[in-house]
Every structure is written in structure tokens, then in C-alpha cells.
Write a protein that binds this ligand. Structure first.
Ligand SMILES: Cc1ncc(COP(=O)(O)O)c(C=O)c1O
Length: 421
């Protein structure tokens, strides 16, 4: 028996017991550290978050809620969940929080379950215009179980067509209006959505999976004062563990809790709940506001640099952590751009742009985001250089080696997992 009171991840032990799997962990860390990560939905969770994830809390079954569990021995994990709930409520000024959803998709499923019956009508952003699979795609439960009326962005401004949203709402009288997106670079006017929802007597759900970290840091207006329910993920700009959460009004608290458990999920992942508490605690610190602001400054620098290289940011720019980029001016598809950037040490994803003539496997666009590079400590000037490197790599696969050298130089100054959180 050692004298150390804590027992946690021991990488040496894993390496001795299972070298094959240990090598996977090392290789992924090398991959994450060895290139520039521009996937808008990713981040580097802090070492404290990783420590909570790798804890003995993974062993505990805790169906139910703190003080009301269906298993014995929950008195300790109850403390983790109470902390996570209290911190989420404080962070977002919310009346109620549920921190158990395993993911953003589970959070949306639970929110729909709380508010709708199968066959009910809801209004949500179309996937080809930036919406998420869970907003009504036919290959997803949302499109199969609900009557989903899609809205989109205007062709000229590439901004959400709020007149269309109102017209559709008046015509279809949805029970639920969903606002939120997975590839929309601009702010969403939650007050206008609230007004439309009130006009037709619909619930308003804001799926803030992407911008929630920016809201937590006060860098953009929050959806919480306007929406009945806000669903989100904890692993994007918020920089927590992979997972989901919901905040809602006191009126809906019971319905949301019953929808998450027992309707949609069984036992919560208590190590992840603990890690969410850690991440909410980090986001409550004053430094996080600076991080959220820098994420946006960096995204603007990235979009500006790409625009200067003839790669048009959809809607002309960004107010958030991401830019959607129209590559048609270069003659290179999104899929090819993704491959060329990967060869140059830059990870990003192809993405359809509004009214894209290409199918989703090809696309005319890419999506880039700055949560990762900002966590690494990069500044707008460096991120603008990354924009120029993306442009060079996309245009000419022959410069991949040279781009990789510059990428390595930037990473040497800002290595992930060595900077301060
Ligand atoms: C708007 C939106 N909602 C929901 C999700 C689903 O989150 P998850 O992948 O955790 O299920 C995402 C993920 O990217 C998203 O962008």
C-alpha cells in the first residue's frame, strides 16, 4: 500500500499492462500536439478536467438525482453533481440546470422529449444552412419522429432569414422553435426568436452547443434570458469534458429532469459530471472572460486573413469562434482542401456552405475555428499567419512541407498542454 491518498491515472501502469492501447493514447497526444487544430467544435480540456475524467467516479452507478438515487453509496458523487449544477446555474444565471446528458445530441433528445410528442411540429435551421443533425435531419431521430419545418439563411446576406422564420411559424404553428447551429458564424438574435415564439405560442429552445463557451465568458449575449430551454455541449469553446447539459426555466425543471432520466438515459457518467463541475469552475474564473474574447478576436483575424487570400468568409466574417469559408474562388473543393491542409499539419473540416452546389461529401467550403489555438495562447497576428498557411496549403499541395515547417515553429512557441489554463 502506498501512502498517497489519491489513486488516479497511472500511464506507466497502462503501458506495462496494455502497450498496444497505451501507444494509441501517445499517438493521439502527438497528433493533437503535432499540428494546428482548427476544428471549431474541439478544444484542449485542462489537465484538471482530464484528472476528474480519469477518476474512480467512473465506477459509480447513480441513476436518479442528488438525494434521490436508485443506488446506495451515492453520497459522495452527489456532491460532484450538486457542485456541477450550482456552478452551471451561477455561470449562466439559470433557474435550473441538468448536467447529466451524455452529449449534445442526448441533450436535444431530452429537450424534445420534455416538450413534444411524436408527430408534433417544430421549426429548426436546415442542416445545409448550418443546422445540426438533431434539428430535423431525416437520418436522425429528430427528422423521423417530428414534423420538422426547416428555415435557412438568405441568399444575399447569408444571415438567418428572420422574416421567413416568422412566416413559417405563423403558417405551421409549431409547438417548438429551435434556434442554434453547428456552422453559423454570426450572432443569433434570441430576442427576435423569443418574440416569434410568443406570437405563435411555441416553446423556444436555443441549442447553444457551439457558442456556449463564449456566452459563459460574457463575450457574446447569452441565450439564457430568452429561451425556455438551452441545450449545449461542454467540450467545445467551453473547454470541458465531452458531454452535454441543459439549463431551463424553473417551470420546466421537472419535465427536463424526467426527460433526461429515466426517459432518455440510465445512469449518469459521474466522472464526466465531476469534470463538468471542474470546467464550470474554470469558466467562472475572471480569466475565462479574456479567453472567450480572444477566441473571437482570433476568429476575426483568421477570417480576415483568409478573405485577403481570396477565400470568402460566408456572411462576410464572424462574430464568434468560427468562420465558414467559401472556396469556390480557388477551384478547390472542401474535401480536397481538408486533405491538403491535413498534409500540411493543419486539421480542419470540409463543410457545406449555404446553397452549396456540391454534396456534403465534397462541399464548396471549410469550417475553421479558434478555441484550440486560443487555448494554446496564440494571438491574432499568429492566427492570421495560420490563415495565410491554410490558403497556401489549399492552393498548392506542393508547399505542404514548407507550411508544415511554419506550423511546427508556431507550435514550438505555443505547445498545447504546457501553457497556463
Ligand atoms: C448545434 C449542435 N447541437 C448538437 C450537437 C451534438 O453534440 P454531440 O456531438 O455531443 O452529440 C452539436 C455538435 O457538434 C452541435 O453543433
Amino acid at each position: 500500500m502506498g501512502t498517497e491518498p489519491y489513486y488516479g491515472p497511472d500511464f506507466g501502469l497502462l503501458r506495462r499492462q496494455d502497450p498496444e492501447l497505451a501507444q494509441v493514447l501517445l499517438d493521439e497526444l502527438d497528433r493533437e500536439r503535432g499540428g494546428v487544430q482548427l476544428i471549431a467544435s474541439e478544444n484542449f480540456a485542462s489537465p484538471a478536467v482530464l484528472a476528474a475524467l480519469g477518476s474512480a467516479l467512473t465506477n459509480k452507478y447513480a441513476e436518479g438525482y442528488p438525494g434521490r438515487r436508485y443506488y446506495g453509496g451515492c453520497e459522495v458523487v452527489d456532491r460532484a453533481e450538486r457542485l456541477a449544477v450550482a456552478r452551471a446555474r451561477e455561470l449562466f444565471g439559470a433557474e435550473h440546470a441538468n448536467v447529466q446528458p451524455h452529449s449534445g445530441a442526448s441533450a436535444n433528445l431530452a429537450a424534445y422529449a420534455a416538450l413534444l410528442q411524436p408527430g408534433d411540429t417544430m421549426l429548426a435551421m436546415a442542416l445545409p444552412h448550418g443546422g445540426h443533425l438533431t434539428h430535423g435531419s431525416k437520418v436522425n431521430f429528430s427528422g423521423r419522429w417530428f414534423d420538422v419545418v426547416p428555415y435557412g439563411v438568405r441568399r444575399d446576406t447569408e444571415l438567418i432569414d428572420l422574416d421567413e422564420v416568422r412566416d413559417l411559424a405563423l403558417r405551421h404553428r409549431p409547438k417548438l422553435i429551435v434556434c442554434g447551429a453547428t456552422a453559423y458564424p454570426r450572432l443569433i438574435d434570441y430576442a427576435v426568436f423569443r418574440g416569434i415564439a410568443d406570437e405563435v405560442g411555441a416553446w423556444l429552445l436555443a441549442d447553444a452547443a457551439h457558442p456556449i463557451g463564449l456566452m459563459a465568458g460574457g463575450a457574446i449575449p447569452s441565450a439564457v434570458p430568452y429561451a425556455d430551454v438551452v441545450t449545449f455541449t461542454t467540450h467545445k469553446a467551453l473547454r470541458g469534458p465531452r458531454g452535454g447539459a441543459i439549463v431551463c426555466t424553473a417551470e420546466l425543471a421537472g419535465r427536463i429532469d424526467r426527460a433526461v432520466f429515466p426517459f432518455v438515459q440510465g445512469g449518469p457518467l459521474m466522472h464526466v459530471v465531476a469534470a463538468k463541475a471542474v470546467a464550470f469552475g474554470e469558466a467562472l474564473r475572471p480569466e475565462f472572460a479574456g479567453y472567450a474574447r480572444r477566441v473571437i478576436d482570433n476568429a476575426r483575424a483568421l477570417a480576415g486573413a483568409l478573405a485577403a487570400e481570396g477565400m470568402r468568409p460566408v456572411s462576410g466574417g464572424t462574430d464568434t469562434h468560427l468562420a465558414l469559408v467559401d472556396l469556390r474562388g480557388t477551384g478547390v473543393s472542401g474535401a480536397e482542401a481538408e486533405r491538403r491542409c491535413a498534409a500540411a499539419g493543419i486539421t480542419l473540416n470540409r463543410n457545406v456552405i449555404p446553397y452549396d452546389p456540391e454534396p456534403p461529401a465534397v462541399t464548396s467550403g471549410i469550417r475553421v475555428g479558434t478555441p484550440c489555438v486560443t487555448t494554446q495562447g496564440m494571438e491574432p497576428q499568429e492566427v492570421a499567419e495560420i490563415g495565410a498557411l491554410v490558403a497556401a496549403a489549399v492552393r498548392d499541395p506542393g508547399v505542404a512541407g514548407k507550411v508544415r515547417e511554419r506550423v511546427s515553429a508556431l507550435l514550438a512557441i505555443h505547445p498545447p498542454y504546457l501553457s497556463e489554463y
